[in-house]
Write a protein that binds this ligand. Structure first.
Ligand SMILES: C[S@@+](CC[C@H](N)C(=O)[O-])C[C@H]1O[C@@H](n2cnc3c(N)ncnc32)[C@H](O)[C@@H]1O
Length: 249
């Protein structure tokens, strides 16, 4: 299972580490969950909940949010941030974790969380696990980057994010086209030493995700370029895709 969370938890919530889209994501997910819930209290479940970056603003809107993560370090931070005890948290694998008989109006995996599953079989299993836990009218929402051609080109890539007098933030990436793996080392050079934050992901094209959904009995119902609902185009660097049970029509 991925060790990403354990390697990043201590700095995960620092500025610049994550996208500033949590409130927009929560608003999008709240609209979907509350319209499916009708008179019931909306229920949501996050795969790879991390420190609660999106789950906490979603819970603040009135959603009952459950979440699974394989990193105890991330879950500890999430528990500490959940000062009002709103979240139901489980330590486990997003391909198998269940919350008893509970069914969800929205299940979601955001900020490339699905890419932490390193084989196609595991990614399909996550779709299957999400599909099995949807309430009637529910949806599975996935946010992932579209593969970055700069990272896929030539098998390796170096990207420099910041150079200061006593600080350098440098990423190096190796591409394995057979496994569709991008293995990145995020390196922080400081005057007191070097910190390394490893990241290994299996990238997927939107079309492959749609096939995984079909294998899990879902169909793509909508695809956007971001949480505001902007149209997805060939220039989009990420997508927010909404999947619904195929029999829902
Ligand atoms: C990029 S972080 C996203 C965290 C959070 N969803 C957010 O948007 O900030 C990915 C999360 O997925 C978790 N993760 C990776 N593989 C997992 C697995 N197989 N099962 C459960 N969680 C996993 C990591 O520990 C990490 O917390």
């Amino acid at each position: 299972m991925s060790t990403y969370g354990d390697h990043i938890a201590d700095i995960y919530d620092e500025p610049g580490q994550t996208p500033e889209d949590a409130d927009e994501a929560a608003a999008f997910l709240w609209d979907l969950a509350s319209s499916a819930a009708g008179a019931e209290r909306p229920q949501a479940m996050e795969l790879g909940i991390g420190t609660g970056r999106v789950a906490l603003p979603l819970a603040a809107k009135g959603c009952e949010v459950s979440g699974v993560d394989c990193s105890q370090a991330m879950l500890e931070r999430c528990r500490a941030a959940d000062t009002e005890g709103r979240l139901r948290l489980v330590h486990g694998d997003m391909t198998t974790a269940r919350f008893g008989e509970r069914r969800f109006h929205v299940v979601y995996a955001v900020f490339n969380t699905l890419l932490h599953l390193l084989t196609q079989d595991e990614q399909v299993a996550a779709f299957g696990n999400a599909a099995a836990q949807l309430a009637p009218g529910g949806a599975f929402v996935v946010q992932v980057s579209t593969p970055d051609s700069a990272l896929l080109h030539n098998g390796q890539h170096v990207r420099l994010f910041e150079v200061e007098r006593d600080y350098v933030d440098l990423n190096v990436t190796i591409h394995d086209p057979v496994r569709q793996h991008l293995r990145t080392q995020q390196m922080f050079f400081k005057s007191d030493g070097i910190q390394m934050r490893p990241l290994l992901q299996r990238y997927v094209w939107p079309s492959e995700l749609d096939l995984m959904a079909r294998i899990a009995g879902l169909r793509q119902a909508a695809r956007y370029a971001d949480w505001t609902g902007a149209g997805f185009t060939g220039a989009s660097t990420e997508h927010v895709s909404v999947y619904r049970p195929a029999e829902a029509g």
